[in-house]
Design a binder for this molecule. Sequence first.
Ligand code: SF4
Ligand code: FES
Length: 248
Amino acid sequence: MKLKLKIWRQKNNSTKGKIANYDIDNISPDMSFLEMMDILNEQLLEKGEDPVAFDHDCREGICGMCSMFINGKAHGPDKLVTTCQLHMRKFKDGDTITIEPFRANSFPVVKDLVVDRSAFDRVQQAGGFISVNTSGNTQDANAIPINKQDADNAFDAATCIGCGACVASCKNASAMLFVSAKVSQFSLLPQGKVEATERVLNMVKQMDEEGFGNCTNTGSCEVECPKGISLENIARMNREYLKAKAIK
Ligand code: SF4
Ligand code: FES
């Protein structure tokens, strides 16, 4: 395949960025999108040019690092896959592909396609955990009966990989799908009930302090989420929040 690439290049957060054009040839449809980017970078290095900076780690769809906006969609044209799991067979010979970083004020550009998503880490640190007694008296998890539907819903919420596609595809740059997944994975389980009140209040407070927008129910986050995280989690987080506010 022969392709035209239009890629956002930006030296750092204090300089202006712009789209740069690259031609690339001999791309196999069986390559992953990131392998195609690797080939481009090898060619740039051979010419003595600066390679395109992009985030990646597991390349297996589980770490959430490979954030890219491809042809106007977070993680590209395929459904329920991350950029690293996207294959070149989803494009046609001669296509032009536009590649940009995930854009949101709370995700400042570090370089080219790399954005700083540490705002998500700080939201997690504000409450995305449970405190477990490790003194040796810990109750066996299997000794606590859990309704099957609750267990399934908690597991589905826990599959959020923190990629940030929900923020990047939302016109409000809202992080509510991410935060609600992190709240839901605990609020549905007995282990998460102990700290439930503090958790939802602290995580929502941190989310607001990081400058993420509010949800207006457009649903683009759910459509673009590579893990199919449901909007129902946002409704659950809102209920948890109102309950917590009534107590505090
Ligand atoms: S909710 Fe989906 S899109 Fe948002 S961070 Fe989690 S996995 Fe990524
Ligand atoms: S590189 Fe880990 S999810 Fe894509």
